[in-house]
Design a protein around this ligand. Structure first.
Ligand SMILES: C[S@@+](CC[C@H](N)C(=O)[O-])C[C@H]1O[C@@H](n2cnc3c(N)ncnc32)[C@H](O)[C@@H]1O
Length: 222
């Protein structure tokens, strides 16, 4: 298994307008869904700067934040304290989660789980299964094989599904696992798959990358 490597958030400036400081559109649906299901214990897995931790914390959830990057956890904590919110914080690796079995009702793992290779993703998925309670739900995204990164023949290949990303920036040389629909069915065979959709994001103002494709999954532990 490739060594885990998080984002280098130190080179990402604080910017209130950035996507990493504003909850994703999907998270508002999930907030509504999980509140109506009386879910309480929430894990922001690979929390980044904490945009989903803050949203769920402000709405009464008991929030745990985990990221492999210490900078990410420090910045999430600073933001939460400004908002007068108290969370549980852990610097840790998604392939070996520092939580007991059956700890969480709900997990968001947005743009995180693809940051490993094929062996690592299997381990991360088994960890999500372990820490979710029965009937607990997880929303996660996976980079798609339709996206530009997978097609970069000159980027180092780690295994048949994984390449190192070679663009300068916070995820330079971070492994990226790319999935397709059949692979997803295999990887999540132990879960009930509630929904899968593939989203294309367009970045009209970027020079190098103009679009990216991700699968979004909502899964439930049986
Ligand atoms: C694209 S950012 C997304 C952050 C956040 N989920 C969000 O949607 O704003 C990916 C995050 O995953 C973290 N990460 C990467 N590999 C990880 C691992 N093995 N274990 C835990 N976190 C990891 C990175 O450090 C980074 O903060």
């Amino acid at each position: 298994m490739i060594k885990s490597q998080g984002w280098d958030w130190k080179i990402v400036k604080e910017d209130k307008t950035s996507i990493w400081k504003n909850p994703s559109m999907e998270s508002f649906y999930l907030l509504n869904r999980w509140k109506s299901q009386n879910k309480e214990c929430f894990l922001d897995l690979g929390c980044g700067l904490g945009r989903h931790s803050i949203l769920f914390g402000k709405n009464g959830f008991k929030v745990s934040c985990l990221d492999i990057s210490e900078e990410s956890i420090n910045r999430t904590k600073t933001w939460a304290e400004e908002e007068k919110l108290t969370f549980d914080y852990k610097v840790g690796d998604m392939i070996n989660l520092p939580y007991s079995d059956n700890s969480f009702d709900a997990i968001i793992c947005m743009n995180v789980i693809s940051h490993t290779d094929t062996e690592g993703i299997k381990k991360a998925i088994s960890e999500i299964e372990r820490v979710l309670k029965r009937n607990g739900e997880c929303y996660l995204t996976l980079a798609s094989k339709d996206t530009w990164g997978y097609k970069r023949e000159n980027w180092p290949k780690v295994d048949e599904n994984t390449r190192l990303l070679m663009l300068e920036g916070p995820e330079y040389k971070v492994p990226h696992f790319y999935a397709d629909y059949n692979l997803i069915q295999e990887l999540f065979v132990n879960f009930e798959i509630i929904d899968i959709h593939q989203i294309v994001n367009y970045y009209p103002h970027e020079d190098i990358v103009n679009e990216s494709y991700h699968f979004h999954l909502l899964i439930r532990k049986r």
